[in-house]
Design a protein around this ligand. Sequence first.
Ligand code: FAD
Length: 484
Amino acid sequence: MSTVSPRVSGAERGQPVADVAVIGAGIVGSAIARELAGYELSVILLEARADVGDGTSKANTAILHTGYDAKPGTLESRLVASGYHLLSDYARQTGIPIERTGAILVAWDADELAALPAIAAKAAANGYPRCAIVDAAEVYRQVPDLGPGALGGLTVPDESIICTWTATLALATDARLRGTGLRLGHRVRSVSRDGEVTIVHCDTGDVPARWVVNAAGLGCDQIDQMFGYDRFRVTPRRGELLVFDKLARPLVTRIVLPVPTARGKGVLISPTIYGNIMLGPTAEDLDDRTATGTSQAGYDFLLSKGRKLMPRLLQEEVTASYAGLRAAVDAGDYLISADAGQCYLLVGGIRSTGLTSCMAIAEHARDLLADAGLKLTPRAEVPEPPRMPNIGEAFLRPYQDAARIAGDEAYGRIVCFCERVTAGEIRDACRSPIPPADLNGLRRRTRAMNGRCQGFFCAAEVGAAFERCSSQAHRTSDPVEALA
Ligand SMILES: Cc1cc2nc3c(=O)[nH]c(=O)nc-3n(C[C@H](O)[C@H](O)[C@H](O)COP(=O)(O)OP(=O)(O)OC[C@H]3O[C@@H](n4cnc5c(N)ncnc54)[C@H](O)[C@@H]3O)c2cc1C
């Protein structure tokens, strides 16, 4: 494990100084902390909330993009393309659920049909040559329940769906296993400089570090200002989504996309990794960075879109709706920039592709830090990546695994019946290196209460199991040390 040395003067004298403090434990900050912790560095990951992955990273469309439609030549285009492969490989190593469903862009009018060759050429310019233009008959062969009026389409065979919750948790867990100190409930309020050290002032105390990485998502412009900059503003761009019941799943076997516009990727219909169908997202600029509630207007808008795209879908029930906030910035690209003088790295403007690109962003951040003077010595031994519990519908779940149940009957005891979550999975989540802080955290780790009844039937029992397992887990020592 890396060491920290006491080098701070003044009020903070005696506090160990981390080599790097990463602000924000979303998928981007977690990937960066994991990457840096593969070197002889002490790394601290600071997160305002009580859990990792509790910001934008928990509420997106969960598509692993090939990057076919990015703006060629941008940093985003490069990092999405490489992030796609990095996260695909990492998913295989760690068991993050992922399905290569492919996607089809559907043209609904003559202008959209005429735009398809340019999109295919753009994909090729982005290093993705596998798009193909297809006629209307092929579109309906691939998506038989599509509404009437499709004129043609473009296939993107490698677009995939992935579990964003498990992905963030895997990266944060890996960072933790590599020795990263995870400080939850640490909202950064200001920073100050003391010699060669930055003191990061949090609600819960000060954290001295030689280098600071700002991966604060919606808050990254505010952190940037703490370092004396005034170079961009984040606009929270809300995206609302509807989740349809599992009975709708046979209607859509691949991601059905609109032809993208300047404002974004538009409203899609996609299978989810949990066996549902999703319709969304909207795109609405707001002022409030906390406005993750859904709205009647968003609901009505999505239903009107769904009615045209796939009328048959609207005969199925909506089981949930949710919203996420993209950290939109005016720049047409990611804002990733090092300040060697202040030993500071901004990783901002990661708007609508950060799930896909997170691991490539982490490598890019590492290289910029090295160029700015951070000494990187690979660690002689790096722990194996964690093997994550599977919550994907297409893969074997504990309740289906006779051998596992024979070895531990808790995997045969279902607590959440809609999603078939067992007592064993709830117990494992509570004993994991980053246990859930509350029932929402448990949902993201197990799918408990995520199904058709949304906890109406099982919430009391799930809550009781969670309380019981959490208090038992708290009585044991640090779960990471317990694993060693
Ligand atoms: C509707 C929608 C759909 C999307 N679909 C996709 C998709 O299909 N594929 C894809 O690749 N991407 C998608 N994205 C984008 C993707 O979700 C984001 O790019 C990614 O989650 C950004 O991760 P992050 O770590 O930068 O931000 P976050 O997950 O928001 O993490 C930032 C963290 O910083 C913390 N923080 C903020 N301020 C402070 C502070 N002062 N002190 C301490 N901590 C702080 C926050 O609490 C938060 O946890 C979508 C986004 C949305 C909203």
